[in-house]
Design a protein around this ligand. Structure first.
Ligand code: GLY
Length: 424
């Protein structure tokens, strides 16, 4: 064979190898078809969301990050709050949809102000904060500076991993909900969401450490945070010397043995994302079983927007906090849990065979229909510019109950964009 042919064969071989390596994380995706009428609703809703967020923008001072609208007032937080990434993150999705330059200027201002967070190590929330903001910015604009901020943030998050426990510590310490005990190594199911930042860091640096600790965290969570029916505990507190579980309890749910709806939603989303990043079928199966628990639960209302906890007031579920049933004659819903779950189910539907995938997509569609209706979606000009109503933050602490929340808006907008992407 002549040298030119040999060279061509070698080049082709190299090309094939590169394609294979590049696709190492790309899981098989099944084609799923969106509904035409819902696609129209999705586009209308995104257009209205752009209008709403421009209104929200005008209500904010540069150091104020929107959190909720409560008792007729816009409530804001500093960029150090766990929710700070959701506002620029929602703007990024809305910019992706509309190309509106007003949104872009606000995104740039906010990201500039958030860069300082990259060295924060006081809790696990850096994944939420940086991945939703800088992560989306990097996805859209491919700016190497945003990549560096993300990698530095992953480094900060990784400092909270303890090999004895095999987990990233969520909070330094917290009192149990009955106020009687101190939890010294609490890990919450929400923490699954922070791992995406670690997977990203390994991909762009080539350093396996970030991915390795993320996988260890997932394995520990799979072992200790889930019940046999694949419902989830909110908090697992560990003994840091032995790595043993000391207690399983709640901070934001109804009772220690109940299923807090947003916690279940974080789990469904988190395990789906980890399957995307690893291709490990144990994680896909866990995501599916957690999703099945949610969408088939007998207490899931007809409109598919869950109550804030699946077990509120049920026999056998005893709150460790002062629960007064008269305070909430109508059990509050949590639109954020529905938005997170809808977004996760759209992705999950593409990873499983046809009939099952269709059933996940159908559930997501029902959630999006409800969230996009006047029952949950704010009228333009109302609620200070938030998109959704009827989300619940922390019912046991009577904080942010049945109100708009920035993270409900973020995952709703993400779900709309994911649904829209199915038409390609
Ligand atoms: N990660 C905090 C919450 O879901 O309320």
């Amino acid at each position: 064979m002549c040298t030119i042919e040999n060279k061509m064969i070698r080049c082709l071989g190299l090309l094939l190898l590169l394609i294979t390596l590049n696709n190492a994380n790309a899981q098989k995706r099944y084609a799923i078809r969106p509904q035409k009428t819902l696609l129209q609703t999705v586009d209308t809703s995104l257009k209205q969301s752009v209008e709403q967020y421009k209104i929200l923008m005008h209500h904010l001072q540069p150091e104020q990050w929107p959190r909720t609208f409560e008792n007729g007032r816009l409530m804001t937080v500093t960029p150090y709050a766990w929710t700070s990434g959701f506002y620029p993150g929602t703007l990024l999705y809305l910019y992706e949809f509309s190309g509106d330059s007003t949104l872009l200027s606000e995104i740039q201002r906010r990201l500039k102000n958030m860069e300082k967070l990259k060295t924060v190590t006081v809790n696990h929330d850096l994944g939420f904060m940086m991945n939703c903001s800088f992560g989306n910015a990097y996805r859209l604009f491919n700016n190497p500076h945003d990549k560096d901020v993300l990698v530095r943030s992953a480094k900060s998050l990784a400092t909270r991993f303890d090999p004895r426990v095999g987990c990233i510590k969520s909070w330094d310490e917290v009192k149990s909900l009955d106020g009687k005990r101190m939890l010294n190594f609490p890990v919450i199911i929400d923490n699954m969401m922070n791992l995406e930042l670690l997977f990203f860091a390994s991909k762009v640096t080539g350093e396996p450490y970030y991915k390795d600790i993320a996988i260890k965290h997932v394995e520990t969570t799979m072992k200790n945070h889930l019940r046999p029916d694949f419902s989830s505990y909110h908090v697992v507190n560990y003994d840091v010397e032995t790595g043993e579980v000391k207690s399983r309890e709640t901070q934001q749910g109804f009772s220690d043995n109940s299923t807090w709806s947003r916690g279940q939603a974080w789990g469904i989303y988190g395990f789906t994302m980890v399957y995307r990043e690893t291709g490990d079928r144990r994680f896909l199966e866990t995501a599916q079983k957690m999703a099945d628990f949610f969408i088939n639960h007998p207490n899931l209302p007809e409109d598919k927007i869950p109550y804030w906890d699946f077990n509120v007031g049920q026999p056998g579920f005893n709150p460790p906090w002062k629960y007064d049933p008269a305070k909430y004659p109508v059990t509050p819903r949590d639109a954020s849990a529905a938005a997170i779950t809808a977004s996760a189910l759209i992705e999950l539907a593409g990873y499983v065979k046809h009939k099952v995938g269709e059933s996940y997509l159908k559930a997501a569609e029902a959630m999006l229909q409800s969230l996009s209706s006047p029952a949950y979606r704010s009228e333009i000009g109302k609620n200070s510019g938030f998109i959704l109503m009827h989300a619940s933050g922390g019912v046991p602490g009577n904080a942010e109950v049945d109100v708009p929340l920035s993270y409900a808006d973020y995952y709703y907008t993400e779900a709309l964009m994911r649904y829209r992407a199915l038409r390609k």
